[in-house]
Design a protein around this ligand. Structure first.
Ligand SMILES: [Zn+2]
Length: 272
């Protein structure tokens, strides 16, 4: 079987194409990474090439030592992933110290993994610890309405969480731990990776002001669904604000009732 035939790769191609069609990935905007299962790694062991050299990640992710990730390439267009897999994505392996990576498949013609690799891997590292290895996907998108809101709402995670929750009843069930906000920072380095991963300890959704959003999830479907839900809610809020703002809304007690019936724990900090 070729790499393209692998189920996890097919799922990845579908997700990237769906995300492109959503309008979240202009040009080379956004990047996605998936941590392979041991079964995934076993299934591709005759296809990959382990002989290439390691390069520094720029951050240390000790608990991801020897893990493999499917990642989109630096400067590559999400819309082209499903068209030419090898040119636009690669599989990287992390070394024993969690300090270096090497490409073991794809990213042909000297292409490199996404420039946001430090943010992806540090967030994976935090989520690996926090979820006992259950989370496998980090998705960074330039979701239009969420970005628009960072120009209007205070850059406060509690305010964003409450506003987004009020826009769709399912929201507190889909992202009960709320959203975190990173103020504007230069993308691509260790500093923004540190800030993002710090917020990932508490949230599955971290918004980068005036830039985009990171979502973490157990699998490709759930992570795409999370991104879609948060962005849909942001779209409703943009429409509501454009119509002059809320006249009525969901109350804190409504949310408490919802949490009880849907068996989710939501922090009182969002229910003031
Ligand atoms: Zn970006």
């Amino acid at each position: 079987m070729s790499m393209q035939d692998m189920k996890f790769v097919q799922n990845f191609m579908k997700m990237t194409n769906d995300a492109w069609l959503k309008g979240w990935h202009e040009r080379n905007g956004g990047n996605i990474s998936y941590r392979l299962t041991s079964e995934n790694v076993e299934s591709i062991k005759n296809i990959i090439d382990e002989n290439r050299d390691y390069s520094p990640i720029g951050v240390t992710v000790k608990n991801l030592a020897n893990e493999y990730f499917l990642v989109t390439g630096s400067g590559k267009f999400i819309r082209n992933v499903a068209v030419d897999l090898e040119a636009n994505v690669g599989i990287v392996k992390i070394d024993e110290k969690g300090e270096n990576y090497k490409v073991v498949w794809g990213l042909v013609n000297g292409a490199k993994p996404t420039s946001e690799l430090p943010s992806h891997l540090m967030s994976h590292s935090v989520k690996f610890e926090a979820t006992n290895g259950n989370h496998r996907v980090i998705m960074h998108s330039h979701a239009t309405n969420l970005i628009a809101l960072t120009f209007v709402l205070p850059l406060d995670g509690a305010v964003f969480t409450r506003e987004l929750w009020e826009m769709a009843t399912e929201c507190p069930v889909v992202f009960p731990s709320g959203v975190g906000i990173v103020p504007w920072m230069v993308p691509g380095g260790a500093e923004i990776a540190e800030a993002t991963s710090e917020l990932m300890k508490k949230h599955d959704v971290v918004i980068w002001a005036y830039h985009g959003v990171f979502c973490s999830g157990e699998d490709l479907d759930l992570t795409f669904g999370l991104m879609d839900t948060v962005e849909k809610s942001a779209e409703i809020l943009v429409k509501v604000l454009s119509m002059g703002g809320k006249r009525q809304t969901i109350s804190s007690d409504n949310f408490r009732d919802l949490a009880r019936d849907f068996n989710v724990t939501i922090s009182e900090e969002y229910l003031k």
